[in-house]
Structures are given as C-alpha cells and as structure tokens.
Design a protein around this ligand. Structure first.
Ligand code: HEC
Length: 109
C-alpha cells in the first residue's frame, strides 16, 4: 500500500517536472496552475484567441498551437500576437499579456 502511494507521488512530481515550471520544487503542491500574476491560459480565453485556435489549442479558423513553440520562438510568437500575420489580425492585448501568451505558447513543442 505504502509503495503505491509513493509511486503516485513520484508520478506527480514527474508530471510537474515535465511541465517545465522550473521552480516547482519550491512551491510544492499548492494546487494552482500558474503563480505568475498573469495567467496566460486565462488571457487566451478572455482575449478571444480561443475562438480561432480552439479551447484545447488544436486550431479551428487559426492553426493548431499545441506545438507552436516547436517552430516559433517566444519573440516570434509575440510578434504574431502584437502585429498580426497573414489572416490573423493584430490582437488587442497589453505588452504584459502578449509576453505571457508568448512564453506560454513557446513552451509548447
Ligand atoms: C480571428 C481568428 C484569430 C484570432 C482571434 C487569433 N488568431 Fe492566431 N492565428 C489565426 C490565423 C488564421 C493564423 C495563421 C496566420 C497566417 O496564415 O500566417 C494565426 C496564427 C497564430 C500563431 C502562429 C502559429 C504558427 O504555428 O505559426 C500564433 C502563435 C497565434 N496565432 C496566436 C494567437 C493568440 C495568442 C491569439 C489571442 C491573443 C490569437 N492567435 C488570436 C487566427 C486567429
């Protein structure tokens, strides 16, 4: 029984490590997804990115963003958000929000 619990805990920390927060150890399991003052996922939903890129980032009108970080750097993603590209218009987000979104998407590869 004890072993099972241990395995579960180890599995959980592996998942956390894979998410790449970097400072996960310091904050243990506090339960919150993002400790940054701006929550990129919330911005994504509130600013309407979700309408074109889908609730699960797999796309729709816009392309799939689940691996956006695989071919775009955070700077390039920010550029798309702030200046638009092709049929995506420039998005109405603050600099802070654009940075949060760019970092969040750049981590998806
Ligand atoms: C009106 C629909 C629409 C909205 C709203 C929208 N996008 Fe897009 N997005 C697109 C389309 C279409 C493209 C492809 C542009 C092109 O053809 O170059 C795109 C491209 C992108 C790309 C580049 C993807 C790649 O793989 O090259 C990123 C990153 C992106 N959008 C992020 C966002 C974010 C973040 C938001 C919200 C702030 C957002 N988009 C809002 C339609 C949209």
């Amino acid at each position: 029984m004890k072993k099972k619990l241990l395995a579960l805990l180890m599995g959980t920390s592996l998942v956390l490590a894979a998410c790449g927060g970097g400072d996960d150890e310091a904050k243990e399991n506090t339960g919150d997804k993002e400790t940054a003052s701006v929550d990129a996922e919330q911005i994504y939903n509130e600013k309407g990115c979700v309408a074109c890129h889908g609730g699960d980032l797999t796309g729709g009108v816009g392309p799939d963003l689940t691996a956006a970080g695989g071919h775009l750097s955070a700077d390039e993603i920010k550029d798309v958000i702030v200046n638009g590209r092709g049929s995506m218009a420039a998005q109405n987000v603050s600099d802070e929000e654009a940075n949060a979104l760019a970092d969040w998407l750049a981590a998806k590869k």
